[in-house]
Design a protein. Structure first.
Length: 340
């Protein structure tokens, strides 16, 4: 560092700070948010910190300076424990026999309150789903409106609440549903629902999990106008609730004797405690067969993946796709699975 110019010394100081904060964020998913609620907010920024360290690495590489080792080491540690935030190629992308296609989609009440200034969004969502033809569809923020005709699915289980605006979660299936139910989360419309479906001779459990929302809009101006301390406290409080909801879900999941698929809007990143706990011994279908950033939330200028399809390790993930249709603030995702 002695041979660096004053400007490069300043840049390296920033590099050190960003690298240390990223290392710290790697550790936090192993601790419950109830213990470190405020600090766990760092997990939201982990993708940004990774990209920042990548830029520092490229900068020092161009300069042919040994300072590149710091970011390279930190990025290497992250890759070993969490994998890359970007997948360069799909792992499988081939169809095998005995497959089932599962779609997960937070539809934002089918644009009930005209967040998107475009007519017929509800119909467009329905037509999109029909065109992609999943065998199982999990919907968060479901609203049974007049234009929402998903009758091309023979079976369904929906749980909605609310006096004026009915909303909740729903699962639609082309295969018979022999059992269904819910995991209630206290003092919130969010919850987890499940169905047991029969495909040929197999019975499968499908969960649809929607954890507490961070209530962060996709508009960057929202962050500029909100008091930072209040924002951090609110997010920390939400993380605590997410942990409580995750614990309720995991307790229910423990009693399941079937192989399972867990569709979810976790409202949190793959660097979070709740992701680590819910994924547990399951596979993340994006990491198995996805590509790119896999962004599922329409946040300006920054890729964020908060929607997931987790699957039992006995499944083969043939393919995974994120559809960048702007009919909601979330993007739909679909995985094609083979039942081994």
């Amino acid at each position: 560092m002695k041979n660096l110019s004053i400007i490069n010394k300043f840049i390296y100081l920033l590099n050190v700070i960003v690298a240390v904060v990223l290392l710290f964020s790697y550790v936090l998913p192993f601790f419950p948010p109830k213990t470190f609620a405020i600090l766990s907010v760092l997990n939201l920024g982990a993708p940004f910190l990774i990209l920042s360290n990548l830029l520092f690495f490229i900068y020092w590489l161009i300069k042919l300076k040994k300072e590149l080792i710091l970011s390279l080491l930190v990025l290497g540690i992250g890759y070993v424990f969490f994998g890359s935030i970007y997948k360069f190629s799909s792992s499988n992308n081939k169809e095998l026999s005995n497959t089932i296609k599962v779609m997960n989609y937070n539809v934002r009440l089918f644009n009930l309150y005209d967040w998107i200034p475009e007519q017929g969004i509800d119909t467009k969502i329905v037509n999109f789903v029909k065109e992609q033809a999943p065998d199982v569809l999990c919907i968060q923020e479901y609203h049974p409106g007049k234009a929402v005709d998903l009758s091309f699915f023979k079976y369904k289980f929906e749980q909605v609440s609310g006096n004026k605006t009915k909303h909740g979660q729903a699962i639609f299936s082309k295969f018979p549903i022999i059992n269904s139910g819910s995991v209630e989360f206290p003092n919130t419309p969010n919850n987890a629902i499940f169905v047991d479906i029969v495909k040929d001779i197999d019975t499968l459990r499908v969960y649809n999990v929607h954890l507490e929302s961070l209530r962060i809009t996709k508009d960057i101006e929202h962050f500029k106008n909100e008091d930072s301390e209040r924002l951090i406290n609110r997010v920390g409080s939400t993380f605590k609730r997410q942990q409580e909801q995750t614990e309720l879900f995991l307790e229910h999941k423990k009693a399941c004797k079937y192989r399972m698929v867990v569709c979810s809007d976790l409202n949190n990143t793959a660097f979070s405690y709740v992701y680590r706990e819910i994924k547990s011994n399951l596979n993340d279908s994006f990491r198995e067969a996805g590509h790119g950033y896999g962004s599922t939330y329409d946040l300006k200028f920054f890729p964020v993946r908060i929607d997931y399809i987790f699957v039992d390790k006995s499944f083969t993930v043939n393919s995974f796709k994120t559809y960048y249709e702007k009919y909601s603030d979330h993007y739909p995702i679909m995985a094609s699975l083979s039942i081994n």
